[in-house]
Write a protein that binds this ligand. Structure first.
Ligand code: HEM
Length: 223
């Protein structure tokens, strides 16, 4: 497959979606792991140290550029594939098999992805943008992210939006995790059950871990 086909053919687009999706899954693991330091009950010292390393070291800052490129590629290819699939099936199916053919969340990936994108824009405007603009977008003194979280998550509506964003992410991953590995060829009868099990467990753990963060701040379970 040529580089051009990688971005223009449907198979190429699916491959780009899978590789960027797996990259974003790795980011979520690191992000949830670092954020879990909020539960250290040390006034945010450990969390702020981790955030300081991520925000002030050249390697994570270069990886940050890759992360945003990954997000953009994943989103653009997803919308192009959705449009392409809709055009190819413009008449629609005569019979809808509902959940018997596939799960509702597998058929709603574009909608769930759009909700996650809206959540991401709100989320970046709460933390990433104020922090980076304070730093002048290069390396430099950051804001106290733990205190910022305390303030942001003292608003119930914000907590509700975050929890809904995390639930959408969970369902998006419930299909996306397995689909990404299947597309790159990790799929046969022997691995099918294992891949499904890991995919569902991962989606639930990530959804609960992230959703519990705003809830914990709101309920005063972290200090
Ligand atoms: C719900 C609990 C979450 C909390 C409390 C949280 C907290 C944070 C904080 C404090 C930052 C700022 C880091 C910095 O400026 O150095 C950040 C950045 C970021 N978050 Fe989250 N996050 C959560 C969930 C998510 C989710 C579910 C996603 C993805 C869908 C996500 C994607 C990002 C991205 C892309 C960045 C910018 C990464 C960077 O370059 O540093 N976050 N988050």
């Amino acid at each position: 497959m040529t580089w051009k086909q990688m971005f223009t053919s449907s198979v190429g687009k699916k491959l780009v979606m899978s590789f960027t999706g797996i990259f974003l899954i790795l980011f979520l693991i690191v992000h949830a792991g670092l954020n879990a330091c909020i539960w250290a009950m040390d006034g945010g010292v450990m969390f702020n140290q981790g955030a300081h390393f991520m925000g002030n070291n050249v390697v994570p800052r270069i990886l940050e550029i890759g992360l945003f490129a990954g997000f953009i590629l994943h989103i653009v290819q997803a919308y192009m594939l959705t449009i392409q699939n809709r055009k190819a099936r413009s008449v629609g199916y005569a019979v809808s098999y509902g959940n018997a053919g596939s799960k509702w969340y597998s058929r709603s990936m574009a909608l769930l992805g759009t909700i996650v994108l809206l959540f991401l824009i709100i989320h970046l405007s709460h933390f990433w943008f104020p922090n980076r603009s304070h730093q002048g977008f290069l390396l430099g003194e950051e804001i106290n992210l733990f205190d910022t979280m305390k303030e942001v998550f003292s608003n119930l509506w914000v907590v509700i939006v975050y929890v809904l964003g995390c639930i959408s992410l969970g369902y998006h991953l419930a299909h996306g995790f397995q689909s990404a590995f299947k597309t790159i060829g990790v799929h046969n009868k022997r691995y099918h059950a294992m891949l499904s099990g890991i995919g569902y467990t991962f989606s639930i753990v990530i959804m609960l871990a992230f959703a519990m963060m705003p809830i914990s701040f709101y309920c005063g379970w972290v200090s």
